[in-house]
Ligand binder design. Sequence first.
Ligand code: ATP
Length: 348
Amino acid sequence: MIPVGIEAVAKRFGQVEALRGVSLELGAGKLTAILGPSGCGKTTLLRSIAGFVAVDGGRILFGRDDVTALPPQARGTAMVFQNYALWPHMSVFDNVAYGLRRKRLPWPDVLSKVMATLDLVEIGDAAGIAQRKPAALSGGQQQRVALARALVVEPRVLLLDEPLSNLDAKVRQRLRVEIRRLQRRIGTTMIYVTHDQEEALAIADRVVLMNAGEVVQEGAPEEIYLEPASAFAADFLGVSNRLDAVAEPGRLRVGDQVLAYSGPLTGPVLVIARSADLTLDAVPEHGAAATLKGILEESLFLGAHYRHYVRVGDAVLLVDGPAPAKPGAVEVKIPAGRLRVFPRSEHP
Ligand code: ATP
């Protein structure tokens, strides 16, 4: 188990600064998720760690080894891709055995390691799967094989690039639990790129949130979600509402309404509140400080909950709740401590 150190790593593609001096310490034996919107530089960072991208500046360290100038095959990493990237003409067994055969391991070792690893990813040899070609497997099974092929060589660092994005929702949910368990069991340092915030929060020990080639926040999943350090982080995680407001001592003005506010900001601010934190009151009460009056325009049934669309002035707030509600006048309650307020000037 080794930590991975990223020191001021920069990468430019023509006019695009894909990485702007990224520095990170990725824990030994931990699963770190790199999360961020499309184009933020996640894949470039992962590929730089793998050695597929030559960085323009900075250093990449595996433990004490500076691997910045090493070719991919000398770094001791393995990678799992979104599209599985299995060799179609080889059987499952041969796909997984490939890396061991290249290392010229004796046949009994190849056999036992391949079978043990297929077992680890819960493929086993049921129904002769090991002899099938990848095309005769489901997407979930193919990704298990890809995972086995990466793990069998006992990489120093396992890199996963959106590994579950091609799978349907149910398989994705199941496999992410299994990857989490597997990682705890074998303790390999893993770096997992995803644009799916729920996946990152569910699977990782640490989450690194990126935007426009920079790390904007890093921390435990709960910390990233509950204590977003910027409007970007607050807005990116969860289904969020953005409201323009003006902060004054003790209150926030939202259009012609007022919310209680005890923070330090004054002047134009951006208020971010997650749909899951808000509740709806069908019968308006007066006097409660952290409420906004609005008009319920629509309620959509999303399976586990309803999502209500409430017009408040020019804005439409998304509010999640357990029950349907009738269109008309409502109040939206915002619990104290779940209202995040950022200076407007920093977020044009
Ligand atoms: P996605 O989730 O869409 O894959 P990402 O966060 O992984 O996005 P990157 O693929 O790292 O983003 O790309 C970061 C930026 O660098 C983007 O603006 C992208 O267009 C650019 N970029 C990446 N690879 C190249 C390349 N080979 N040539 C030119 N520009 C590139």
